[in-house]
Write a protein that binds this ligand. Structure first.
Ligand code: TYC
Length: 109
């Protein structure tokens, strides 16, 4: 028998398209780097690594010497906002102490 019923609202296939696999992106992480220069005292760099990056004296000394010998080194890896704050903190401490220490950040891939 044929269906004489008029199509109504509830017959329409109204659906919300959902992804089978939710597309989530984990937030990028950023390496904070310090750069070598000829003037910043080694002890100041060690203090920065201890104070701003929570390194032990041994680890801070190791990183500082790596930067002294190779020109650049990683202080830590953080989410964007944290990395940005650390860079600003290092640059501020260096500027106040009149040291030319440079610090920057780059995205990890
Ligand atoms: N090269 C500096 C010196 O001989 C020490 C130094 C190390 C400076 C690391 C900056 O990020 C740096 N006094």
């Amino acid at each position: 028998m044929t269906d004489k019923r008029k199509p109504n609202e509830t017959d329409r296939e109204v659906g919300v398209v959902t992804r089978a696999k939710p597309k989530t992106k984990k937030p990028s992480m950023y390496r904070v780097l310090i750069l070598n220069d000829d003037y910043t005292p080694m002890e100041f760099v060690v203090l920065i690594l201890e104070h701003c990056f929570g390194k032990s004296r041994e680890e801070a000394t190791r990183i500082m010497l790596h930067v002294h010998n190779f020109g650049v080194g990683v202080c830590g890896v953080y989410p964007f906002d944290v990395a940005e704050t650390k860079v600003a903190q290092v640059l501020d401490l260096a500027r106040r102490s009149e040291h030319p220490l440079q610090c920057t950040m780059e995205r990890e891939d």
